[in-house]
Design a protein around this ligand. Structure first.
Ligand code: GLY
Length: 374
């Protein structure tokens, strides 16, 4: 599968590589090494086994003596990758570890885990000694199609998600299909919402293919067998979603315009997640995004941006794909959180509304007017 690149003014700044397993990870790291590359692995404790697999491939603890490659494995740091632990304190703890390991400005951080891990490790790498090099091995579908691509890093602050952070590109993102085989189904579906989101933004025939693949998974008697038999379809969908994201980020890295489209469903989703946290409800990010996209479609229809019936047909697809579309909270309950969303400016929210599959628009709208429409 071809590599995908993110460009900054025509220069490739981040590479997205694909592999069935971790077989090519040493090649990806070696490509970053002009000379000895001191690699510090930061891993989600839940997927430490993947980190250990990668470390073993690099020559492991003895890599200093290895002449196979320039990679020098310098240590492994494990973290608790939860939204509650996605904090400045966790980043400081990581920086403290790097300092104690003697990591200098040549350090190369390799983050292994989902979006929380890559966001935090990317942030720590971006500020440690004013910035060291880093790369990601995302281990969830959600991070493979969204979080680990495009350079957004950061932590939660004051009960709002990703309030502190920077945009800085990983040197590479290595997407490995095998890790998805052990991903719990609910986590897989959470990523599937972001996958579907990519194709509502840019279709190219992939939206229908994604809905068909997910419907088959939803209906399968044996989901593991279905996944194993459809890995090529899944990898091709992930590749297409990564290409959509890389294209958008290349055109608008710092989110002054088009990149806002990637927030489709997210203004509602962040408010839903905030309400869920306050009420002690269990809603995954992807579930909130799916509900948020359905709400955005509803708003698009009521404001005449989408044709009548669009929201209903989207919700039907979501239901076939095993994705939720009904908001568990009354809309007025979401307003306060939406107004404080970091994407809101002076009561005006940049709503991302789908006019149709493959055609999303950024519509600046007063929050109160939007809420009245829903
Ligand atoms: N997750 C949206 C973005 O990366 O812009």
């Amino acid at each position: 599968m071809d590599d995908i690149f993110i460009y900054d003014r025509g220069i490739p700044v981040s590479r997205i590589a694909f592999g069935q397993d971790f077989g090519d990870i040493v090649k990806a790291l070696d490509a970053c090494a002009g000379g000895p590359l001191p690699v510090y692995v930061v891993a989600d404790a839940n997927v430490e086994r993947f980190a250990d697999e990668i470390i073993a491939l690099t020559g492991g603890e003895d890599s200093g003596a290895s002449c196979r490659s320039n990679i020098r494995f310098c240590g492994k740091y494990t973290l608790k990758a939860t939204e509650e632990d996605k904090t400045m304190d966790s980043v400081l703890a990581m920086a403290d570890w790097l300092l104690r390991q003697g990591a200098d400005r040549n350090a190369f951080i390799l983050a292994v885990g989902g979006g929380i891990t890559t966001d935090m490790a990317g942030f720590a790498a971006s500020v440690y000694k004013r910035g060291v090099r880093f790369a990601y091995v995302p281990t969830t579908l959600l991070s493979q199609v969204d979080a680990a691509i495009g350079g957004k890093t950061g932590v939660n602050f004051d009960s709002y998600k990703n309030m502190l952070g920077v945009i800085r590109q990983p040197e590479f993102t290595y997407i490995c299909a095998d890790v998805l085989k052990t991903l719990p189904h609910r986590d897989f579906l959470s990523g599937a919402a972001e996958l579907v989101k990519s194709f509502i933004i840019e279709d190219g025939g992939n939206y229908a293919m994604a809905v068909e693949f997910l419907s088959g998974l939803e209906d399968a008697d044996n989901r593991d067998a279905y996944m194993a038999g459809h890995m090529d379809v899944l990898l091709s969908l992930i590749h297409s979603a990564a290409a959509v994201k890389a294209g958008v980020v290349t055109r608008d890295q710092f989110e002054t315009g088009e990149r806002r489209k990637l927030n489709l469903g997210h203004t509602f989703a962040h408010a839903i997640e905030k309400n869920a946290r306050l009420s002690g409800d269990d809603i995954t990010h992807g579930e909130a995004v799916a509900i948020g996209m359905a709400m955005a479609a509803e708003l698009a229809e009521r404001t005449g941006i989408a044709a009548p019936g669009f929201a209903k047909s989207l919700k039907k697809d979501f239901s076939k794909a095993g994705l939720p579309s009904t908001c568990p909270y009354p809309v007025p309950q979401l307003v306060e959180a939406m107004g404080r969303d970091k994407k809101a400016e002076n009561g005006i929210v940049h709503f991302v509304l789908p006019a149709a599959v493959g055609d999303v628009r950024i519509c600046d709208m007063e929050l109160s007017a939007a809420v009245r429409s829903l």
